[in-house]
Design a protein around this ligand. Structure first.
Ligand code: HPA
Length: 326
């Protein structure tokens, strides 16, 4: 049978061709006219596409930096990333300017309760700092590249050190809710590496060394600060997972067996991007719940936020003193 003998098939083929062309054209228009692709759901195809478009990524970083520098022309030396429920930390800062993420070109926008969504510039411990009030999580649907975008912008703004905090579930039997854990290492195998795709040599090497992602020098300084003030400090390995579910009992057990002391849904992607760019990193987890726990214990986001809030003064003190001693 000839193709033209079958009008229904011909019509279907035409519609299919028409629809695909329309889709392709609208996709290309979006890239050309907005300069960005904002996937509403995480999508590996999209992620890989952006990951390989390094020219666009570096351009975006530079455009964000140019916008910020027009508003604030002082070079910060330290970047701070605040975890869930830790947003009021910035009350300690002598704030000079706050810039909403929404206003910065190419910045993703934060959506989670407890995350404020702005860059705060000012002074802490006698140093110029920039704090991220609110961060971007993979579980919100951002690509790994979007998650680490602000870290790259802060590096291009001039920071040389970054302090990262998070809320985490404790798996080490010696931990209790409210403890602070210095991150001495991490396991990132349960989430997606933000450096996948073509490497941007302007940022760092293709195969970054990860033998000391968390600066031993900064860890030693914080331990000394804590000891002098009688602050109990735990130390351990942070396991990064995608979330958004908290772990099952078996998952907490597994993560502990493979070497994790605490688990959380942030940090590792940011740290990888920071190490890639040669930043000195310090990481601190607030233990907000216990993974290895009694039968009836359920974990809620509200309880995580509450525990983080209670531990915040200690964390603030340590960060402030660390910055002062840099
Ligand atoms: N698991 C994962 N992420 C978390 C947890 C947890 O138990 N607590 C706070 N963030």
């Amino acid at each position: 049978m000839l193709f033209t003998d079958c009008p229904i098939l011909a019509k279907d083929v035409f519609y299919h061709f028409f629809n695909s062309t329309l889709l392709l054209v609208s996709f290309l228009c979006k890239i050309i006219f907005t300069g960005k692709i904002k996937p509403s759901v995480n999508n590996f195809y999209c992620s890989a596409f952006i990951g390989n478009n390094q020219y666009t990524m570096i351009t975006k970083i530079k455009e964000s930096v140019a916008y910020i520098q027009k508003k604030y022309n002082t070079v910060p030396s330290v970047g701070i990333v605040l975890g869930s429920g830790l947003g009021s930390f910035t009350a300690e800062m002598k704030v000079e300017i706050e810039i909403d993420y929404d206003d910065i070109p190419h910045f993703p926008v934060s959506t989670v309760e407890g995350h404020h969504g702005k860059l705060i510039f000012g002074e802490l411990g006698g140093k110029k700092v920039v704090a991220m009030a609110g961060r971007f999580h993979y579980y919100e649907g951002y690509t790994p590249e979007e998650v680490v975008f602000p870290i790259r912008v802060m590096k291009f703004l001039g920071i040389t050190t970054i302090l990262i905090s998070n809320a985490a579930g404790g798996m080490n039997a010696g931990f209790k809710v409210g403890d602070l854990m210095v991150i001495k290492d991490h396991i990132s195998l349960f989430t997606v590496n933000p450096l996948l795709g073509k490497n941007a040599e302007e940022l760092g090497p293709r195969f970054p060394d990860m033998s000391e992602p968390y600066s031993k020098n900064l860890i030693a300084k914080v331990k000394a600060i804590a000891a002098a003030k009688n602050i109990d400090l735990k130390e351990g390995v942070y396991c990064g997972v995608t979330g958004p579910t908290f772990e099952t009992r078996s998952e907490y057990k597994l993560l502990h067996i493979v070497g994790g002391d605490a688990v959380g849904m942030s940090t590792v992607q940011e740290v990888i991007a920071a190490v890639h760019m040669g930043l000195a990193v310090f990481g601190l987890s607030v233990i907000t719940d216990l993974g290895i726990r009694k039968e009836e214990n359920k974990i809620t986001h509200a309880e995580v936020l509450q525990a983080a809030k209670e531990a915040e003064p200690k964390l603030t003190y340590l960060f402030k003193e660390l910055i002062a001693g840099l």
